[in-house]
Design a protein around this ligand. Structure first.
Ligand SMILES: [Zn+2]
Length: 69
């Protein structure tokens, strides 16, 4: 979950289908940092209706939107 190389940094990581966490990296001083602090439970929308999606353990604030038809 922690990117050790710059090219591996991601805004978020997804473990399982509906559990998201901040992407983390270690900076040049060896300090653990969040790749994109703007990213949070209100950034992403759930990808399905059946699961409770969480970001860092906090439920998403956006509702699932059915995009078919
Ligand atoms: Zn689901």
């Amino acid at each position: 979950m922690v990117a050790l190389r710059e090219e591996d940094r991601e805004d978020y990581v997804c473990t399982g289908e509906s559990t998201y966490f901040s992407g983390l990296y270690v900076d040049d001083d060896g300090v653990l940092r969040i790749v994109n602090p703007e990213f949070g439970p209100s950034t992403l929308a759930p990808t399905c209706r059946c699961c409770t999606h969480t970001f860092n353990g906090v439920p998403f604030t956006k509702q699932y939107r059915y995009l078919g038809e």
